[in-house]
Structures are given as structure tokens and as C-alpha cells.
Ligand binder design. Structure first.
Ligand code: C5P
Length: 407
């Protein structure tokens, strides 16, 4: 959501300003351009040199900057961007903004902007709970200005704790994505706005006893990338994930499960959905009788026999659902041989619309890797896609799915 976006970052004067340096990094590594504006107070805590070095941009500090104002700098700053982010926002800056005061560059930008504004306040808990601040926040919210935080915790001042800490940079990043996405939805620019997309991801763990399980090498990277791509296309996304090492994606409703049986009940509880993409590598079998206690060696030298039973097929269950089958149902087929034949037969057996087929022979490095080479198998035929990273594969699948939903 942040890739290619231009963000004016207003830094005002509080000790939390040191976290804004990290915030700049986090925004930039997601592809955003960050144009910094610092108040006089901010410059008491961190230097324009550090902010300029991290943002790789000119740092704006003065309303009366001869160089910037020859082309009405503060108006440009207020207009030419996608988002104005204030982090940290002091009580003073919020008060001035609420009342239309524009006595420095930051407040002039805030008065002149017609872009979405996101505020990350940071102040002492007493100032946060003061009736004047509460009133100012209400005024700003009524104007459509959005807030992230403040969080509860220790203050920089010794012995002070409560609500008032600036949110962590990653939380601010997530909130900025949400605001930018809402703006794009408002402007009708996202194809899956108003749609619900259900995605399964990762492996499943099938318990043998309380400490052991059967698993597979799925990392969840492709499924999680699909969830992010569907979110960025405007959908409400539910991600049902098996055990993975990946963080839950920002702003996405994520349900974590262990076994195939858990995954099936989570998936059923999430229907209806307009699109379902089943990218999880669900275990085909589970242990018939899970040991209630850890299975011990009995001294005979004979290993225990593990009886297996077949797991429910989640994709097939959804595909054959009499009332809640999604309009578009997409499965994955990870194979080491007969890729296309297997994919075609899954398409029929599971009543899916498309199967995304990939060869996961160990030499391909696809399982757990960042790249993927897939084929899209539908009733219309087979398409070979070139190798792409999993995020790009996800974006292409989502774009195709959005187009198919419209047909
Ligand atoms: O395991 P199989 O190769 O048949 O998986 C193909 C597709 O079926 C995948 O989309 C996978 O997520 C789904 N599947 C499932 N439930 C199972 C097995 C597979 O949803 N028990």
C-alpha cells in the first residue's frame, strides 16, 4: 500500500521524536517517499541532519524559507502528496490544528492540506487525559483526521506511566497503509473493494502425541503474499494460517490453526466469501489415534505403529458446498510429477475454478523460497507464467481473480 506513495511526515517536539527516525526507515523500506517537516520543538530533540540523511530528502523547517517559498512551498507540501502523517504529535500541535492556527510551517501545511491526515500523538498521560486535549481530539476526528495510539506504558520521565507513548513505528506504518487504502477505496480505485476474500496458508500439523506431529515444508510465504495482495486490492481479507514463522500481516484478520480439522472448521466459519484461495499445504493424513501421553519406547526394539486416516479435504468441501460456494474458488497443486494431469483432476474432483500448479521438486527451491514458477490451470486451458517472486505471483493472481469476478 505504501509503495510509490508520497508522505509528508511532520515531526513535532517530544522525546518520542527519536522513534521518527526509525519510522522514516520503515516507511522507506516499503517503497514510500518521506518528505520531512520539523517544528522548532522537534529540532530540540533530533537534528534535521539525521532526518535528512535517513529520508534522503530536503528537510523543511521554516514557513519563511526563501528557497522553498518561491513556488509557494507550504501549499505544495500540503497538496502534492498522498498522506500527511504527524509523528510524534504533541498536545500543542493538535490544539493548534484543531483551532486552525497556522503560525509555523507544520501548522500551515495542516491548514492547507486536502489530503488524509494521520496523527500519532505522544505526550505525558496527564496532558493526554486533559479535557482540553480530549476536546481537540474530538474536533480533529470529526474532521476525518485519523489517529494511531497513543500506547500505554512507561514515560521517558522517571516514575511516570500511563497512556501517552507514541505507537511503535510498525504500528504507525500499518495505520498509514490502512488510511491510504481507505482513500483509494473512497476514490473507487481498488477492484476488490467491498469483497470478502478467504485465504488458507501454510502447512498443517497433525499431532502424534502431545509433543510430536507430522508436518510438511510449506512456509506460508505464497499464501500470506496472496492475503496482502487481496488486501491491497481493497478486499476484506480473512487469512486462515497453519503454523508458520511469518508475522500476521498488517490489518488482515488472521486465524491461526494447527491441524487440518481445525483449518476446516475455521474456513467454514468464515464463509460466505466472494473469492477463496486455498494455498495451504494441508496434510492428507492424520494419525488415527492421537496418543494422550508422550509415546515411550517400550524396550522391545519395535517402533510403534502409526495408523493414519485421511483428513477432510477443505478445498473439496468448499467446492461442493451447496449454498456457500464462493463465486471464484482457487486451489493450489504442489506436485513433484505429472503436474498438469494432477492439477486437471483436482480441478474436477474438488470443483475448483482454477488450480495454480507448481512443481515443488526439491531442485526448484519453491518450497520455502521467495520465487515461484506457476501454471494457471482452468477449464479454458493451461497458462505458463514466468518465474516471479511470490509477492508478484500473488498480485497477478489477485488481479486475474478481480477481473474474473467482474465477468
Ligand atoms: O493435497 P492436494 O495436492 O490435493 O492439494 C491441492 C489443493 O487442495 C490445495 O489448494 C490445498 O490447499 C487443498 N487441500 C485442502 N484440504 C486438504 C488437502 C488439500 O484444502 N485436505
Amino acid at each position: 500500500m505504501l509503495n510509490g506513495k508520497q508522505i509528508v511526515l511532520i515531526i513535532s517536539g517530544g522525546i518520542a521524536a527519536y522513534k521518527s527516525l526509525d519510522l522514516i526507515r520503515r516507511l522507506k523500506e516499503r517503497g514510500a517517499r518521506v518528505i520531512p517537516v520539523m517544528t522548532a520543538g522537534a529540532q530540540e530533540f533530533i537534528t534535521p541532519l539525521a532526518v535528512g540523511a535517513l529520508s534522503a530528502e530536503k528537510v523543511f523547517t521554516s514557513l519563511f524559507d526563501r528557497e522553498a517559498e518561491h513556488d509557494v512551498g507550504h501549499i505544495r507540501l500540503a497538496r502534492d502528496h498522498d498522506l500527511v502523517l504527524i509523528a510524534p504529535a504533541t498536545a500543542n500541535l493538535m490544539a493548534k490544528t484543531a483551532h486552525g492556527i497556522a503560525d509555523d510551517l507544520a501548522t500551515a501545511v495542516l491548514l492547507a492540506t486536502d489530503k488524509p491526515v494521520l496523527v500519532a500523538p505522544a505526550m505525558n498521560p496527564k496532558m493526554w487525559h486533559n479535557a482540553a486535549t480530549t476536546r481537540n481530539i474530538t474536533i480533529l476526528q470529526e474532521r476525518g483526521i485519523r489517529f494511531v495510539g497513543p500506547a500505554r506504558g512507561e514515560m521517558a520521565e522517571k516514575g511516570e506511566a500511563g497512556v501517552g507513548r507514541m505507537s511503535d513505528p510498525l504500528e504507525i506504518v500499518a495505520a498509514a497503509s490502512a488510511v491510504l487504502r481507505d482513500e483509494e477505496i473512497r476514490q473507487n480505485r481498488l477492484p476488490l473493494a467491498g469483497k470478502h476474500v478467504l485465504i488458507t496458508s501454510g502447512p498443517t500439523h497433525e499431532p502424534i502425541d502431545p509433543v510430536r506431529y507430522i508436518a510438511n515444508r510449506s512456509s506460508g510465504k505464497q499464501g500470506h503474499a496472496l492475503a496482502v495482495a487481496a488486501y491491497e486490492a481493497g478486499a476484506r481479507v480473512t487469512l486462515v494460517s497453519g503454523p508458520v514463522d511469518l508475522a500476521d500481516p498488517d490489518n488482515i484478520d488472521t486465524i491461526r490453526v494447527e491441524s487440518a480439522a481445525d483449518m476446516l472448521s475455521a474456513v467454514k466459519s468464515c464463509l460466505p466469501a466472494d473469492i477463496a484461495i486455498m494455498a495451504a499445504a494441508v496434510a492428507d493424513w492424520r494419525v488415527a489415534a492421537e496418543g494422550a501421553q508422550k509415546i515411550k519406547k517400550d524396550g522391545s526394539g519395535k517402533p510403534p505403529a502409526l495408523g493414519l486416516v485421511e483428513n477432510p479435504d477443505i478445498l473439496a468441501t468448499v467446492g461442493h458446498h451447496e449454498s456457500l460456494r464462493p463465486k471464484l474458488l482457487i486451489g493450489f497443486a504442489a506436485e513433484t510429477q505429472n503436474l498438469i494431469d494432477n492439477a486437471r483432476s483436482k480441478l474436477e474432483r474438488k470443483n475448483a475454478d482454477w488450480i495454480i500448479a507448481n512443481d515443488v521438486s526439491p531442485e526448484t527451491g519453491i518450497m520455502g523460497g521467495d520465487a515461484n514458477t506457476v501454471r494457471l490451470v482452468s477449464r479454458d486451458g493451461v497458462e505458463d507464467w514466468p518465474e516471479m517472486n511470490k509477492a508478484e505471483v500473488a498480485r497477478q493472481i489477485v488481479a486475474r481473480a478481480a477481473a474474473a469476478l467482474d465477468e
